[in-house]
Design a protein around this ligand. Structure first.
Ligand SMILES: *Cc1c(COP(=O)(O)O)cnc(C)c1O
Length: 359
């Protein structure tokens, strides 16, 4: 990811918006930095990437993204440590996964130099937006859309790859009691052979209505089950899910229905490093309810870039509600601390996950 000979055209913002931002009261994903990366794909090739002032796009109303949903994204974060160095967490995982999404949505893959040199140059220009201190980071949103002006239902011949960045604080603030999830009985997020493993826009749109129904019943999120039997617990809307039964940590295996989360992978590796008993296997609704009833279900939590770890405080299924116990020495806290400390350069990086951005 060190600088190569890739040419990037740069147009600097005439003034910075940073003075108008209240960094102590940021709503997640609503404020963006001064610049953005844009790289067009046309005539069968990626064009010269450009960094320009953050601002609206102008697209033809017939651009294919509006009609057939060729749209994918990624999410990762940059952290600033106390010595002002800037770090990314396992960014090549995001690049690889983005290209898997590209392949599944019949979009052109993004060359490594464009992704990394583009991102690194952008971060250098907007580095003042990355704040030090616990819970602070810069959320990075790479994405790609189909821009060809044509409403025929076939893959676009033109695309825009972009990166935008948004300063973030801890997604779920301290002292928050955790999220309540509703196990899905009717609706599904993903199907066998479908696009569940890809970070494509439609996967999220399809969840809004069932999630709205869950909200009306007092649940924050839906915990998705497999589409064919609704008997296996798979993942939540934007996070993978872990269960602690006794002192055993269990999570579902990734598949074409489940997003292969970078945080999930990291939790599994840290759990093994801690000597914990980890099982990656299908988790049934039945066993989790049985464990909740007999008191051996000690924790459930989600994993994802935005919050790292999100404790789950209870779940609903078929009209019944189950609360998780309040316990000491939570696995959730252990994983959150170990991952966050690596991310912001507070702990030794024994796994080689941290990537330094040269500024
Ligand atoms: C992004 C996402 C996750 C979490 O992935 P991370 O790489 O850990 O951020 C999990 N599930 C879904 C559906 C997602 O979109």
């Amino acid at each position: 990811m060190s600088s190569t000979t890739l040419k990037i055209e740069i147009e600097k913002a005439t003034s910075s918006k940073i003075g108008q931002v209240d960094f102590d009261n940021l709503a997640f994903g609503s404020v963006f930095t001064d610049h953005m990366l844009v790289c067009d794909f046309k005539d069968g090739a990626w064009q010269t990437p450009k960094i320009k002032p953050y601002g609206p796009l102008s697209l033809d109303p017939s651009a294919k993204v509006f009609h057939y949903g060729q749209a994918i994204f990624e999410g990762l974060k940059a952290y600033k440590s106390n010595d002002d160095s800037i770090w990314l967490f396992r960014p090549d995982e995001n690049h690889t996964r983005m290209n898997k999404s590209c392949v599944r949505l019949q979009m052109p893959e993004i060359p490594k130099e464009i992704f990394f040199d583009g991102l690194e140059t952008l971060l250098k220009m907007d580095k003042d937006w990355i704040k030090k201190g616990e819970g602070n980071s810069l959320y990075i949103r790479p994405f790609m859309i189909a821009t060809e002006s044509c409403v025929s239902a076939s893959p676009s011949l033109e695309y825009k790859f972009m990166i935008i960045c948004s300063p973030a604080q801890s997604y779920f603030k301290k002292g928050m009691s955790g999220v309540k999830v509703l196990f899905a009985e009717k609706y599904s997020r993903a199907a066998n052979g479908g696009v569940g493993f890809a970070k494509c826009a439609g996967n999220y749109a399809g969840q809004f209505y069932p999630t709205h129904l869950a909200n009306q019943e007092g649940y924050h999120q839906v915990l998705w089950t497999d589409a064919s039997t609704h008997e296996n617990l798979e993942e939540a809307g934007v996070m993978n899910v872990f269960f602690r039964v006794g002192d055993k940590l269990i999570t579902a295996p990734t598949s074409d229905r489940i997003l292969d989360g970078v945080t999930r992978k990291s939790v599994i590796e840290i759990a093994k490093d801690e000597g914990l008993d980890v099982e990656v296997r299908p988790v049934t609704v039945h066993e989790i309810i049985a464990a909740a009833k007999e008191g051996s279900l000690k924790e459930m939590f989600g994993s994802g870039t935005a919050a790292v770890i999100s404790p789950i405080s209870g779940f609903g299924y078929k009209g019944a509600h189950y609360d998780l116990p309040e316990i000491e020495n939570k696995f959730a806290d252990l994983f959150k601390k170990r991952i966050s400390d690596i991310q912001c350069n507070k702990a030794k990086d024994k796994f080689g996950w941290r990537h330094k951005v040269s500024v």
